[in-house]
Design a protein around this ligand. Sequence first.
Ligand code: B12
Length: 146
Amino acid sequence: MPRTLILGVVGSDAHVVGITILEHALSAAGFDVVNLGVQTSQAEFVDAAREHDADAVLVSSLYGHAAQDCAGFHERLAGADLDPVTYVGGNLAVGQDDPEATRERFEAMGFDRVFDAETEPHEAVDALRADLDVRVTEREPIRVEG
Ligand code: B12
């Protein structure tokens, strides 16, 4: 069964390039990706997670206001009786922040994993495969008869 992911940029943030690249990488890796695009509200993430019975919700934020935009997000998911794996990634704080402090802050908010702006798409793919217990099967070599 393919795993279903909800992906979007939260709040008023309009940076679209990162999630577009992530969408392609995750789809190519075999996930069903619902890309909500930019300027997505918490309510839209939660509605999509419910509608698609999502296994994971991936929140992106680049403009530095992720903490405000994500406040209460997990309470909202719990209120809808949903408990997907949640990731947040991008440029999560304003300016030159301490990456470790930022990670701890977002983990304390309930995110299962926190990714910085240096994240390569394959890192998200690897983390999801581990967290969602996706087994990658080697393809059988193509045999040519005769
Ligand atoms: C292009 C750009 C814009 C464009 C966006 C065009 C568009 N529609 O996408 C425009 C000009 C509109 C813009 C506007 C603004 N921008 Co701008 N922008 C950038 C810029 C130069 C590149 C972003 C980008 O496309 N990167 C390429 C992609 C591939 O990388 P990425 O977005 O980082 O995504 C990767 C990773 O972060 C990660 N990732 C991202 N999200 C997630 C989520 C998960 C779950 C995971 C696993 C991984 C992950 O994976 C992605 C793929 O590898 C960055 C600086 C920079 N070099 O990053 C500033 C930058 C993000 N912008 C910034 C700012 C401040 C703004 C504005 C607020 C400026 C202003 N005062 O108006 C506005 C905000 C407008 C808005 N409402 O969003 C700041 C943010 C500062 C901060 N966080 O402290 C930056 C860092 C520039 C800077 N150094 O100051 N911006």
